[in-house]
Design a protein around this ligand. Structure first.
Ligand SMILES: [Cu+2]
Length: 291
């Protein structure tokens, strides 16, 4: 009789222990990733590193963004005194996923008031985007709900001046389950890789008619939203303060190894310098292109 009771008690204890283990396993503490843009500075020489940083699996992504004055070199020997997020123009790339909590702490280390405006956030502007005085900071949190390529910028008047001085950066929000197509993240690429470009037009005042000379976009996601996909596009207009995602393939039997200028097809702006070059592979005839 006694041994039967004991057995029952032991079984009961074991049962309770097992449920505790199951409950513990079901609860997973959220992963937090802290990124301080004072410490993670993007390479700007010999050219601004345009690689999209990989997105982590952290549920909460926390960014410390210092605002500071910096000397910016826009061409060899051509410098200007910039106002920056994190010391570079554009500022650091923020890469998150739909569903992530994004924590932002902006610290104004410059001698004048500034602010920040996240196009990817749904948040009361008077709280998050208020003026940040010198030595002051602003902290807020939002959930990334909308996939896309978005602009972040200073919204302090005169906004055109703050943008001109360099106060903008991109935030890329991946769809929860990825883009559905696989892409290489490098811009100097191996032949045949699919390439994805996240284009943000920081303006301040004009459209950017994004076009790659010698390629056609297989897909364009206006605003960077995969639900808006267009196919086989030659040029697509990115509005001032907007963004879009472009995909193309530098295919062996089509746009293979070579040099591809990317431009705004508003050529008045392209002629002022809104151009760049994509190098695919190691083309031999560097000198024969006169576009
Ligand atoms: Cu500003």
């Amino acid at each position: 009789m006694i041994s039967k009771k004991l057995t029952f008690a032991l079984v009961a204890v074991a049962g309770i222990a097992a449920s505790i283990v199951i409950l513990t396993a079901a609860y997973r503490a959220p992963k937090v990733e802290n990124i301080d843009f004072d410490k993670v500075v993007r390479a700007t020489a010999p050219a601004y590193d345009a690689t999209l940083p990989e997105v982590s699996d952290a549920d909460i992504k926390s960014f410390r963004i210092p605002i500071k004055n910096a000397t910016i070199e826009i061409a060899k020997g051509v410098k200007y005194d910039g106002w920056t997020f994190g010391g570079t123009v554009p500022g650091p790339v923020i890469h998150v996923r739909v569903g992530d909590k994004v924590r932002v702490n902006v610290v104004n280390e410059s001698p004048m008031p500034h602010s920040i405006d996240f196009h990817a956030a749904r948040i009361p502007a008077n709280v998050a985007y208020r003026a940040i005085n010198p030595g002051d900071s602003v902290a807020f949190e939002f959930e990334a709900r909308d996939a896309g390529a978005y602009m972040v910028h200073c919204g302090t008047p005169p906004v055109t001046m703050h943008l001109m001085q360099g106060m903008y950066l991109p935030i890329i929000v991946d769809p929860k389950n990825g883009w559905g197509t696989k892409a290489d993240k490098e811009f100097v690429i191996v032949q045949s890789d699919r390439v994805r470009f996240y284009v943000i037009n920081a303006g301040p005042s004009f459209n950017s008619d994004f076009h790659i000379v010698g390629a056609v976009f297989d897909r364009v996601y206006p605003d960077g939203n995969p639900d808006h996909a267009l196919s086989d596009v030659q040029t697509y207009m990115v509005p001032a303060g907007g963004g879009a995602v472009f995909e193309t393939v530098f295919d062996k039997n089509a746009s293979g190894e070579g040099l591809y200028p990317f431009v705004t097809h508003s050529f008045a702006d392209a002629e002022k310098g809104a151009v760049g070059i994509i190098q695919v592979g190691t083309p031999k005839k560097f000198t024969t292109m006169n576009h």
